[in-house]
Design a binder for this molecule. Structure first.
Ligand code: THG
Length: 271
C-alpha cells in the first residue's frame, strides 16, 4: 500500500496552534514520525480555518524540509492558488516527489491541475466528482474516473501518476455508501491497463464513531480486497498498517516470510 500520512493538517489542534504561533516543532516532529512509521508521502493541509492558506502551505513545506531533506509531499487543497504555491515551495526546497491532492472532474479544474502535474512532474489524486456534486452511486463515480484517465492521457500524464479517489464517506452519516465505494473501487481497476492507483481518505470513514480505529481498519482491508492500493491514513496506527500488510500478503501482493511484518516495516523505514 502507498501510505500517505494524514497528520500535518490544520484540522488537528496541535498543527492549528503551530500554524497560528509559527512554531515549527510539531510539524517537524510529525514529519519525522510519519516517515519513520512508513509513510510514502506526507499530506500537507493548511486547514479550513487558515486565513492565508498559500503562505501557510509554503511554511509547512519549509518546516518539513528542515526536518527531512527530500520527503515526498502531497499538497492537500481544493484551491488553485494554494496548490500552485505548495508545488512551488516544494520545488524551491528541492523536494522531488510531489502529489497534487486533489482535482475534481470539471474540465477547467482538470486542465489546471494536469497542467501543473506536467509542469512539476507531480502525481495527481483525482476525486470522482464534478459540478454535479457529491457522488451517490457507482456509475457516477466510474464515469468521472474514466474521464480523469482519458484526460490524463491527453496531457501525457502517465497512468502510474494518477490516483483515483471514490470519496470515502463517514459510516455514521452515509452507511449505505460504503458498499457503493467498494464496488466503485473494483470497477476502477478495470478502466485501463496498467491500472491507475486507487486511494481514499481513510479517516473520513470512522469519523465521529466510538470505534474509529476498528472501523477504519476494517474498511481498509475490504478496500484492499477490491483493489485499493493507496490511502491517506494515520501511519502511526500500527494495527492499521499491519492489517494492510497482512491483507496484501493474503492476496499474494507481498512475499510471505515468518517475519513478514518486520521485513515490510524495515523496508518501509529505508525510503
Ligand atoms: N480524499 C483526499 N484527500 C483528503 C481526504 C479524502 N484529505 C483530507 C481528508 N480526506 C483525509 N485526512 C483526514 C485527516 C483527519 C481526519 C479525517 C481525514 C479526522 N481525524 C480525527 C478523527 O478521526 O476523528 C479528528 C481530528 C482531531 O483529532 O482533531 O477525522 O477523502 N484525496
Amino acid at each position: 500500500m502507498i501510505a500517505i500520512g494524514e497528520r500535518i493538517n490544520g484540522m488537528f489542534t496541535d498543527i492549528k496552534r503551530a500554524i497560528e504561533e509559527g512554531d515549527k516543532e510539531p510539524v517537524k516532529k510529525w514529519a519525522v514520525r510519519q516517515i519513520e512509521a512508513g509513510a510514502d508521502y506526507l499530506d500537507v493541509n493548511a486547514g479550513a480555518a487558515s486565513k492565508k492558506p498559500s503562505e501557510t502551505i509554503k511554511w509547512l513545506v519549509e518546516c518539513i524540509k528542515e526536518a527531512l531533506p527530500d520527503a515526498p509531499i502531497a499538497i492537500d487543497s481544493p484551491r488553485a492558488e494554494v496548490m500552485k504555491a505548495g508545488l512551488e515551495a516544494c520545488r524551491e526546497n528541492g523536494i522531488k516527489k510531489m502529489l497534487i491532492n486533489s482535482t475534481t472532474g470539471q474540465r477547467e479544474k482538470l486542465e489546471y491541475n494536469f497542467g501543473l502535474a506536467r509542469e512539476f512532474g507531480a502525481a495527481v489524486i483525482c476525486l470522482t466528482m464534478d459540478q454535479r456534486g457529491i457522488p451517490k452511486d457507482v456509475d457516477y463515480r466510474v464515469e468521472v474516473a474514466a474521464t480523469h484517465v482519458a484526460t490524463a492521457m491527453e496531457y501525457d500524464i502517465p497512468v502510474e501518476n494518477i490516483f483515483l479517489d471514490p470519496i470515502a464517506m463517514p459510516v455514521k452519516h452515509a452507511q449505505d455508501q460504503i458498499k457503493h465505494i467498494m464496488e466503485a473501487i473494483r470497477q476502477f481497476t478495470l478502466i485501463c491497463s496498467p491500472q491507475p492507483h486507487i486511494v481514499v481518505g481513510l479517516s473520513n470513514v470512522g469519523q465521529g464513531t466510538t470505534q474509529k480505529e476498528l472501523v477504519n481498519r476494517t474498511f481498509l482491508v475490504l478496500g484492499i480486497m477490491n483493489g485499493l492500493d493507496a490511502a491517506i491514513v494515520d501511519v502511526c496506527d500500527a494495527e492499521l498498517m499491519n492489517a494492510a500488510i497482512t491483507a496484501e500478503l493474503l492476496l499474494n501482493k507481498q512475499v510471505y516470510s515468518d517475519d513478514f511484518i518486520k521485513a515490510y516495516m524495515s523496508r518501509a523505514r529505508c525510503i
